[in-house]
Design a protein around this ligand. Structure first.
Ligand SMILES: Cc1ncc(COP(=O)(O)O)c(C=O)c1O
Length: 392
């Protein structure tokens, strides 16, 4: 089954006003998602927030099943969160780190995760080890293997699709090595969820974090966390409230037995329903078909851009996705973004590398901004052509 581009564009009102090539930032929500959110807000207006949630209780419960289906997990392994960073941190900050152990990360780890890991390293006396890239620019699985064999590895944290590179890291291969070594594998899937099929069994991850607003096309302020049932008991949440635990006699408490131990009580019910609707929408289109179209559009764009003399395309990796990064000789990336915005073409800018000690030769922090054009299945070939023509 392939994507009916006309049909999905009819359900994407934003395409009437912009060429939206910032799906890695925040995608245009499809009308079924918008209607779900607005309808629930209306019910809150009409009958009250708690009452509207009670009325929608089954559908709110169904969100966990929808998200679980999206990544081939079980509903009790899913927690909902307000953003991908919090979802990821809720699990990582709960890990029982032992001083002197090591955490392995890739060069393309998300900047916010690196900060959090440096924080944890300082707090617990951990060593952060940045794995080499292989010759394709993706995480070097052989280096990972050597580090796992050296021992003392508490955790491997990897970003599946980096924020500013079109590559898809070989997560399943990493997962296989971590499983064999008995090491916790945390996968940041914020940029991959919604643009490709994800299956936590074949990825071999213990923890996976995803955000709603990017390629999944959910509302802003929504995200989810997967924690494999088998590791849940090892992760006692860094923070608890009356939703994640219950008081017991004699001044004690009992932590929930499912992944919702990482949630807090108050949340946007409308946003959560929208997230569930976005997951259903993606599943109905078929993630294989989504990936096929997104990857093909992005590869076409890379080819067209590479043919423009002043343009350099930076994406690496063997498997590539919908993120296309490039720079234009003699032009600042921010300037290009604003000139494209004047033409109603949305792109973003991003640093090529987030680890200050791994900038490409000759570049320093702040000097390595590239333009990021991120395509989705509802974009058209003519939108891409317009971008290329303008740059030319
Ligand atoms: C790779 C990656 N991980 C995590 C995040 C964080 O997601 P959120 O903004 O929902 O916290 C982002 C956001 O840009 C990202 O690109």
């Amino acid at each position: 089954m392939s994507i009916d581009v006309e049909a999905v564009r009819r359900q994407t009102r934003g395409v009437l006003s912009v060429s939206h090539l910032n799906n890695a930032g925040s995608s245009l929500v499809p009308s079924p998602v918008l209607e779900t959110v607005v309808a629930h807000l209306r019910r809150e207006e009409e009958i009250g927030g708690y009452e509207a949630a009670e009325e929608a209780a089954d559908r709110l419960e169904g969100v966990y099943s929808s998200v679980a289906r999206l990544i081939a997990a079980r509903p009790n392994e899913i927690a909902l969160a307000e953003n991908g960073s919090r979802a990821w941190a809720a699990a990582v900050y709960s890990f029982p780190f032992v001083s002197g152990t090591r955490v392995l990360i890739g060069h393309t780890e998300y900047a916010g995760n690196v900060i959090a890991l440096r924080h944890l390293a300082r707090r617990h006396g951990l060593q952060l080890v940045v794995l080499d890239d292989d010759s394709h620019g993706q995480v070097d699985v052989e280096h990972l293997q050597r580090e796992l064999e050296r021992g003392d590895v508490a955790m491997v944290a990897l970003t599946h699709v980096p924020m500013a590179n079109g590559l898809v890291n070989p997560a399943a291969e990493v997962g296989k090595r971590c499983r064999a070594a008995g090491v916790m594998f945390v996968l940041d899937a914020c940029q991959s969820v919604g643009q490709m099929p994800l299956d936590v069994q074949s990825l071999g991850c213990d923890v996976l974090a995803g955000t709603g607003r990017k390629f999944l096309r959910g509302p802003r302020g929504t995200a989810f966390l997967y924690v494999r049932a088998g590791v849940l008991e090892r992760l006692e949440p860094a923070m608890l409230d009356g939703h994640s635990a219950v008081p017991t006699g004699a001044g004690g408490f009992e932590v929930r037995g499912d992944a919702r131990r990482f949630e807090s009580w108050e949340a946007s019910a409308a946003g959560r329903l929208g997230l569930g609707r976005a997951a259903d929408y993606a599943l109905a289109l078929g993630l294989d078909a989504v990936q096929e179209r997104v990857a093909a559009l992005a590869e076409r764009l890379r080819g067209e851009l590479a043919a423009v003399p002043a343009v350099t395309v930076h994406d690496r990796g063997i498997t590539r996705c919908g993120i296309v990064t490039f720079s234009v000789k003699g032009s600042d990336a921010r300037n290009i973004r604003s000139r494209l915005a004047d033409q109603r073409m949305n792109v973003s800018v991003a640093p090529l590398s987030v680890l200050s000690d791994t900038f490409p030769a000759g570049m320093r922090p702040g000097e390595d901004m590239v333009v990021r054009a991120s395509v989705h299945y509802y974009n058209t070939e003519s939108e891409l052509q317009r971008l290329v023509d303008f740059l030319r």
